[in-house]
Design a protein around this ligand. Structure first.
Ligand SMILES: *Cc1c(COP(=O)(O)O)cnc(C)c1O
Length: 477
């Protein structure tokens, strides 16, 4: 592709993206693909001759669009959202066009410094405590790919601290007796991260939760006390602000107080809900953060910054660096040795890294946070309105508190009725819901978070759900 061809093809692709996002709401939300059906449409062997770009673009329409789940669709109510926005798409493109590797300050100074400024800007916009800013003595933040990676980094920092760094020298031998705590409502990535860090199931305590699916802190205290009296070492407590199943909020301040009395690191996973703090009236989602050791939230869910963009802050960057920095000769630099420059490779699992902060920089400068604030307010209001419709119907129960934008709905006929409803609704391909189980009750999770979702989409989909739900179970009032 010559530079001139690149210009022409690039313009065509931008047009294609704008058209796609303009019409995504007219498409079915899900595909009819079955495993292997897309492979069957592709040649088994790489092409022997080359083709014009138009042909490839054409196959986006022919092969890709009919065979994806349209996460940007206004009737997408499954999982949590993965919003994008035009300035963020352009930020991705600029990152691709610059093609830098930002692993160290010296490998691309602007990549590092713009990123650290974006972390400070976002800490300010979210109203996060001072201790996470670079201006504080020990804090700072980094863009991670995902909340899963952020949690793993927090676990590794906690493990380094709990073993006085011995984990780096003697490995597993230093980890005997380490114990981690979370509720059953914590995201699966927490257990996965612990497993990767060499902390097995027997070293993980599932702390009971209350009726609202939030951690029972008295139980946490008892479990940590028991473990310590048995000679074990509590080292890590995962708290969740906005659980994936029901958007429950653990009592961060109280839990952190207890965890610190017992010597453990406290990480708060707010992948979905933390972004709500962009809106002043929802800033309560930050309650207690001034007491925690690390924190993560995902602009790639509810802020319109393209995946991947997780923001991870710690108040103890020396523990993170202790766990993750390695300095082979080929990575030494004067900037690092003489000026204390940030080498972000020491803040994450991989070495290489993209210029992801451009997505935030472009978006914050050209649109600011008003569109995100407006969207968040609208989604929360729609969720509250939907809850009224659900109550008025009489066939359903709301299974969990819904302070933000997730409503968990159970059919009064029981789990089989709820499960069958979800299957019937999803089979229409006009919308998509995910199912979860809350203390043995099957629920339809209605997550209102896609950028293009407005009142009419929720209202129409609610009618669809009503039309496909079984009648009121006999004998239940
Ligand atoms: C979505 C989510 C995750 C996982 O996010 P990734 O960024 O995909 O790793 C973890 N925890 C919570 C609470 C989430 O909502």
């Amino acid at each position: 592709m010559t530079p001139d061809e690149f210009r022409a093809n690039g313009y065509a692709l931008i047009d294609w993206i704008a058209d796609y996002l303009g019409r995504v709401g007219t498409l079915p939300v899900t595909s009819e693909a079955h495993p292997g059906s897309i492979r069957a449409q592709l040649p088994a062997h790489p092409p022997e001759t080359t083709e014009p770009f138009e042909r490839v673009l054409h196959d986006l329409d022919r092969i890709v669009v009919p065979n994806i789940t349209h996460w940007q669709h206004p009737n997408f109510f499954a999982y949590f959202p993965a919003n994008i926005s035009f300035p963020s798409i352009l930020g991705e493109l600029a990152s691709a066009g610059l093609g830098v590797q930002g692993m160290s300050w010296v490998t691309s100074p602007a990549c590092t410094e713009i990123e650290s400024v974006m972390l400070d800007w976002m800490a300010e916009l979210l109203g996060l405590p001072e201790r996470f800013r670079f201006s504080s003595a020990h804090g700072g933040g980094v863009i991670q790919g995902t909340a899963s990676e952020a949690t793993l980094c927090a676990i590794l920092a906690a493990r380094w601290l709990a073993t006085d760094g011995a984990v780096n020298h003697v490995g597993a031998a230093s980890m005997t007796g380490l114990v981690a705590y979370m509720t059953s409502q914590a995201h699966a990535s927490v257990e996965k991260g612990l497993r990767i860090a060499g902390i097995g199931t027997e070293q993980i305590r599932i702390v009971p939760h209350d009726h609202f699916f939030a951690m029972d802190t008295d139980a946490l205290d008892r479990m940590m006390t028991d473990d310590r009296s048995n000679g074990l070492i509590p080292f890590f407590v995962n708290l969740t602000n906005g659980t994936t199943s029901s958007m429950a909020f653990d009592p961060v301040e109280r839990a952190a107080e207890i965890a610190h009395l017992h010597g453990a690191w406290v990480h708060v996973d707010a992948a979905m809900s933390g972004i709500a703090a962009l809106v002043p009236e929802y800033r309560w989602v930050n309650n207690g953060l001034e007491h925690v050791d690390s924190y993560a939230t995902n602009p790639h869910k509810w802020m319109g910054i393209n995946f991947d963009c997780d923001l991870f802050w710690t108040a103890h960057r020396s523990a993170l660096l202790g766990a993750l920095s390695i300095l082979p000769e080929y990575l030494r630099s004067r900037a690092l040795e003489e000026h204390d420059a940030i080498d972000y490779r020491d803040w994450q699992i991989p070495l290489g890294r993209r210029f992801r902060s451009l997505k935030l920089w472009f978006t914050l400068r050209t649109e600011g946070v008003r569109p995100a604030q407006h969207m968040i307010r609208e989604h929360v209001a729609l969720t509250q309105e939907l809850s009224q419709w659900v109550i008025a119907d009489g066939r359903f129960e709301i299974a969990a508190p819904h302070p933000l934008n997730l409503l968990c709905i159970a059919h009064r006929g029981g789990n089989a009725s709820t499960d069958a409803l979800i299957e019937r609704v999803n089979a229409t391909r006009q919308t998509l819901f995910t199912r979860t189980v809350l203390d043995h009750t099957s629920v339809l999770r209605w997550s209102i978070g896609a950028r293009q979702t407005h009142r009419e989409h929720v209202a129409e989909t609610w009618k669809l759900v009503q039309s496909l739900a079984e009648p009121h179970p006999v004998g239940i009032q």
